[in-house]
Structure formats: C-alpha cells, structure tokens
Design a protein around this ligand. Structure first.
Ligand code: ZN
Length: 288
C-alpha cells in the first residue's frame, strides 16, 4: 500500500504533484468535506444550536439521527425539514469548498458527491459539473412521484419558516407544499426510498461517464475527499475500479481517519493522504 504521508508539507507536495500532471480531475466528495466546513451533521452541539428544543422534545441528538426519525405527524416532519433546509440554504460557503474551487477552477473537472447541502454550488462550482446521486436539499419533488420534475424550494421554505413560531414543532396542515401537477405533498429530493426522483441525477452521471470515455489515454486524477464507508458503492468502489481498469488513472484518497484501499492495496496508482482536509486545502490554495 502507498505510504500514509506524515507532514503537512509532504501531504501538500503529493497532492500538488498529482494535480499538476493530469488532464482531468474527478472529485468524489463525502460528508468529511462538509464536516471540514463546520457543517457537522453528526455533532450534538451543532444540532442543539440549530434545532433548539428538539433534544428535549424528541430525544434527538444529531441531524443524522433526525433525518431518519419517524416524526409523529406530517406537520412535524415538515417543521423539521423547513428548519433543516433553511439552515443549509443560509449557511455560507465553507472555506474548504472555496479553497478547492481556487485550486481546480481553471482545470477540466467534474464533481460526484453524496453531499446534499449545495456547498459546491455556493463555492462557485457550476451545477452542470456536479452530480449528486443522493439528491439535493435545494429541491422539492412530488411524493408520489407523478413526474421527474424538481422544484427549487428556497421561496417555499422561507414562507414556511415565517409561518412557524420559534417554539412550534409543527407547521399548519394547510401549509404543506403541494405538487403543482397532482396535488400530493412535495418532499425534499433526498434518496430515502423508491419514490426518490433520480432522473436528473442519472443524466448528470451520464455526463461523467462521457467525460471519462472522452479521456481515454489521458491522465485522470480521481480525488476523493472525506468519503466515508457507509455507501462505498457510490464513490469509493467505482473510483477504485476505474483506477484498476485504466492506465493513466491515479487515485488520491484524502481522509481524516486511518483508511485503506480495498482494491488497490500494493498499487502504485493510488495514495492515501491521512489529513484534516481543511488545513491541507488551505495551504495548497495559497499557491493558486
Ligand atoms: Zn405530483
């Protein structure tokens, strides 16, 4: 296995070299990148500050917990979604995202991310270069769904938020947003079950495949940032497979935790950089 580089200077050097020698960069980003941007979905303090009273009322401790909590009524579910989406939408672009943008903005790149918080778009990355196969909190979809249409929800969320008192845990039933096509409730476009509208994201995924096919024989860097082990089929395994299958393809995996390369042990086409993503990107961005 490739060495785990020890100093920040060494880590920066390996990343810088990898970035220099490529024609195309494919970013694979997971929740670790948003954690580095202080969007801590598994942090109790962040949750308590964002959702006052929810711990006492429901026994919930983190956003990750609340996302899968069966709220007793639809009105309470919508109050939670409203507060979550509003928080995410009002959150400024995180420093690691801005630094990453500075580093790769002039290069040929594409982004595949399980993050649904819109941080890439806020940092200046164009939506046409981003695929979010787990969905995007910026959109509602029909709950049935009767159509593959996605509806930007910013204005609906702001209206809903204005209708909830600070100590309310529910919206009014008549405020539940409705599908303009069939009248069923609108829900966030987040993958939860087989009602998820994924056609727009499959179309984006197709662009990624086309990009990879168009660069046969060229150098491709697969840059994995803060990807956890919960859903390895989305980024980790495809990146490792692609690295194995193709010449001129190199994988750099940056992760805070001690990590391994499932398929690429002993390969010289992959490197692990065990590092806090924030300081690493910050140091490198100074050179761009
Ligand atoms: Zn509908």
């Amino acid at each position: 296995m490739s060495p785990i580089f020890s100093t920040l200077t060494q880590k920066k050097a390996i990343l810088k070299t990898a970035l220099k020698e490529v024609d195309t960069i494919i970013i694979g980003a997971g929740s670790g990148l948003s954690t580095a941007a202080e969007l801590r979905y598994d942090d109790a303090n962040f949750f308590t500050a964002t959702f006052p009273g929810y711990r006492e009322h429901y026994g919930l401790r983190t956003i990750n917990e609340a996302d899968f909590y069966p709220f007793p009524t639809p009105e309470e579910q919508y109050a939670y979604w409203t507060r979550l989406i509003s928080t995410i939408q009002n959150y400024p672009p995180g420093k690691p995202y801005l630094d990453l943008h500075r580093i790769i903005r002039d290069k040929n790149y594409f982004i595949l991310t399980t993050n649904t918080d819109g941080q890439f778009q806020k940092a200046g990355f164009p939506p046409e270069k981003i695929c979010t196969p787990q969905g995007d909190l910026a959109f509602f979809q029909c709950s049935k769904p009767c159509t593959d249409e996605l509806y930007p929800n910013n204005q609906m969320i702001q209206k809903l938020l204005a209708s909830i008192g600070p100590h309310d845990f529910a919206i009014k039933p008549e405020h539940i947003p409705r599908c303009p096509n069939c009248g069923n409730p609108l829900i966030p476009n987040i993958r939860r079950d087989n009602t998820f509208v994924e056609k727009p994201w499959i179309e984006q995924y197709q662009k990624l495949i086309e990009l990879i096919n168009a660069h046969k024989g060229k150098n491709i860097l697969l840059l994995e940032l803060g990807v956890g082990i919960n859903t390895p089929g989305i980024i980790r395994y495809p990146f490792e497979h692609l690295t194995l299958q193709r010449n001129n393809t190199f994988l750099v995996r940056i992760n805070l935790k001690t990590d391994n390369l499932s398929l690429l042990a002993n390969s010289d086409k992959a490197a692990i950089i065990q590092a806090d993503i924030g300081p690493l990107l910050e140091e490198l961005a100074k050179e761009y």
